[in-house]
Ligand binder design. Structure first.
Ligand code: GAP
Length: 493
């Protein structure tokens, strides 16, 4: 599947728009529309529920984006958070030196009277055998030698730019957790091992952003810093190593729990020479995105590096008193660090399906019900019948108190179902003549509506009075569709 298919669905149905589009857009910045904001909030909500509310060993934090500039010196970001970059002397485009070989390149081939070709990254020209030496984008300019380029966005705090202190937009949320380690410990009296979770915006002046919301300048992270006593041993092994493995398993299972197919996920261990300066071991969870296997989440063992650095730089002790050994220790940290936007992209890509139903193409998003932007759509079969419309609106109003639900009467029923399938709404409720009856003919309504399930397209007839119970089972209590369906008469269309 091509990424363009998802990009176009996202724009058409109001998930994600190009930022500042009416001004021609700004590169690699995206805005979440009415359905996108629901989807992203749901991703963050289930992450927070599973990692904070459902775990006695975890608490939450929301630290400021702007931090003291010395944080970034101590963390190593000022000195090490860099990418090698080269510039084209002709067109002024900028590239990551370490990605040049994989980039497709433009070549004006001397063996074919200077004809222009686009050649896949790393391959020579088929006609003259030349390899790329010039700018891959314009094919003409020479490239500068590589220079280290810091990815942090600089800004100024204070009323006058010249006098103001330089500071940075945080490039990761993690540092806000480390500098608050002692505050949280004193406030909560938690015992090791325990974790602090945080969701928030991060900013990186990426040299090569792209692939829609995969790599952007501004993005949201969902990070956990899980503190472990390095002197502890579990089953004969150092506790930090055991907890690292537990978190890798837990995080892989999390993506599967919310619908990502296992065959589209894999683990990749960082090679020794690739490890960040603070890491003892890092494993990435990769997803098979349309542009290939790429990182979805990194899970690192950051050792005691960060707490020690901040302790030294600030002069404040960031230790934990080990009651058993009667000594102060600096905990090790296991860090599962996920991107909220990247997760949204992976969930969308994995949910996207095209099917043929009765000779027609059906596009659907098989999103997990917890992630679906709209849980229930209430649809009147005939919008000209006042009683049907009034009943449908009343049902939608009642359901909206508990679940995000929509009312739509702007097309015929088949079209309305297809629209809801395309945005991943798991259930539709249809109100028809049978529901309300026909007063002119003296017919009394049966007070029942049709519920249609998105993936199977199966339909059942349910009394309006039982709707809230049924949806509580399906959307809150985790009762499966087949168990609910078995209790009600099927509707065949
Ligand atoms: N605190 C560790 C850390 O920030 P990272 O591997 O640089 O580690 C963690 O980032 C996650 O944040 C990535 O796996 C990815 O999901 C997300 N992420 C990083 N840079 C991003 C960017 N430019 N755009 C979107 N998401 C990004």
């Amino acid at each position: 599947m091509k990424l363009d298919v998802i990009v176009s669905l996202c724009k058409r149905r109001g998930f994600i728009f190009q930022s500042s589009e009416i001004y021609g857009g700004i590169a690699s910045c995206w805005d979440y529309g009415p359905l996108g904001v629901e989807l992203k909030n749901n991703v963050k909500r289930v992450w927070w529920r599973d990692n904070v509310y459902l775990r006695p060993d975890m608490v939450g934090l929301d630290a400021a984006i702007l931090m003291h500039p010395r944080v970034w010196k101590a963390s190593g970001h000022l000195d090490h958070f860099t990418d090698p970059m080269v510039d084209c002397k002709a067109c002024r485009r900028r590239f990551r030196a370490d990605q040049l070989d994989a980039t497709p390149w433009i070549h004006y081939c001397p063996a074919t009277k200077g004809n222009k070709f686009e050649i896949p990254g790393g391959e020579p020209c088929k006609h003259c055998g030349a390899r790329r030496t010039l700018c891959p984008a314009c094919g003409k300019g020479e490239l500068t030698p590589p220079r280290q380029f810091n990815l942090m966005f600089k800004t100024f705090m204070g009323p006058v730019e010249e006098d103001a202190e330089v500071t940075y937009l945080r490039p990761e949320t993690a540092q806000g957790i480390f500098v608050n380690f002692d505050n949280v410990l004193q406030a909560t009296r938690l015992k090791l091992p325990f974790g602090i979770a945080q969701i928030g915006k991060s900013f990186r002046n990426e040299i090569t952003p792209g692939n829609f919301i995969f790599r952007t300048h501004e993005f949201e992270q969902m990070e956990i810093e899980y503190f472990v006593n390095p002197s502890d041993v579990i089953d004969g092994r150092p506790a930090d190593e055991v907890w690292h493995e537990r978190w890798i398993k837990e995080r892989l299972a999390w993506y599967e729990r919310y619908g990502i197919r296992r065959e589209h996920l894999r683990l990749r261990e960082h090679e020794k020479d690739e490890l960040a300066h603070y890491a003892k071991r890092t494993a990435d969870i990769e997803y098979e995105f349309p542009m290939g296997w790429s990182e979805l989440e990194g899970i690192a063992n950051r050792t005691d590096f960060d707490l020690k650095q901040h302790s030294e730089a600030s002069g404040k002790s960031l230790t934990y008193f080990d009651e058993e050994r009667k000594t102060h220790i600096v905990p090790y940290v296991i860090e599962p660090s996920a991107g909220a936007d990247r997760s949204v992209l992976a969930f969308l890509v994995d949910a996207y399906r095209e099917e043929e139903v009765r000779g027609e193409k059906r596009v659907l998003l098989r999103l997990h019900a917890d992630l679906a932007p709209v849980k229930i759509a209430v649809l009147p079969l005939l919008k000209k019948r006042d009683a049907i419309v009034a009943t449908a609106r009343e049902i939608q109003r009642r359901l909206a108190r508990r679940w995000v639900s929509a009312y739509d009467d702007t097309a015929a029923i088949g079209r309305l179902y297809r629209r809801q399938d395309e945005v991943g709404t798991p259930y539709c409720v249809t109100v028809d003549v049978q529901t309300v009856g026909d007063t002119e003919r003296g017919e009394v309504g049966d007070g029942k509506v049709t519920i249609r399930e998105r993936d199977s397209m199966e339909q059942i007839r349910v009394p309006i009075t039982e709707l809230e119970t049924v949806f509580r089972e399906l959307l809150t209590d985790g009762v499966g569709w087949s168990a609910v369906r078995a209790r009600y008469p099927a509707v065949t269309s």
